[in-house]
Design a protein around this ligand. Structure first.
Ligand code: GRF
Length: 205
């Protein structure tokens, strides 16, 4: 049984998708805790309603990133996580924190990385005139939105798209992409070699 800790800052729809999949597909894992960097994150209520322990480490109470990350790390490590799942967690993490969870921390980013790291990805995709957009699940490394890619989902950019229509199309894909990638990790199907991720798709799992 592996322990998963999920970090959120807001809506938590990706967290919700992972929790639902873990329960419906009876993963050999438990969602040990959901931890939010904001006490007003709407996602906390869903987690609590599903019997998952929640905690808040309010980022605005800490003067430095190092202090915040130290308190957050202590809260996370109470749950002995095998995997940390960042799900709309809106914080830049310090290198010691990232190093501590090297190889066991995943993030989902709403673009086809390496395109559009950072914020406002959908607006930037529209401004760039790309015909395809999407989402990326990746291992977290010290460089923001640059870790090795685990999985991507692609959607078309359609004439007349707005940030709202495009982000909704991507989000729908995120909600199947992220649980699938997390499940691969839980099933020990992911290996990293020279900065690339290999997914074992053999059927014996
Ligand atoms: C998602 O688009 C995710 O890719 C990005 O932030 C958004 C979070 O949404 N990192 P939610 O909180 O999971 O609903």
């Amino acid at each position: 049984m592996k322990n998963i800790v999920i970090l959120i800052s807001g809506r938590g729809s990706n967290m919700e998708a992972v929790i639902r999949a873990a329960q419906a597909e009876q993963w050999p894992a438990r969602i040990a805790a959901v931890i939010s960097s904001r006490s007003d994150a709407p996602g906390l209520a869903f987690a609590a309603a599903h019997g998952i322990g929640t905690a808040v480490v309010e980022s605005k109470q800490y003067a430095t990133r190092a202090e915040f990350d130290a308190v957050l790390q202590a809260e996370i490590d109470r749950h002995a996580p095998d995997l940390l799942v960042l799900a709309g967690f809106m914080r830049i993490l310090t290198p010691p924190f990232v190093e501590h969870y090297a190889g066991r921390m995943l993030n989902i980013h709403p673009s086809l990385l390496p395109l559009f790291p950072g914020l406002s990805t959908h607006a930037r995709a529209l401004a760039a005139g790309v015909t395809e957009h999407g989402a990326t699940v990746h291992f977290v490394t010290a460089e923001l939105d640059h870790g090795p890619t685990v999985a991507q989902a692609t959607v078309p950019v359609l004439p007349g798209d707005t940030v709202e229509t495009l982000s909704a199309r991507v989000l729908e894909q995120e909600h199947t992409l992220y649980p699938r990638a997390v499940r691969w990790f839980i099933e020990d199907r992911l290996t990293q070699l020279n900065g690339a991720v290999h997914v074992d798709h053999t059927t014996h799992h």
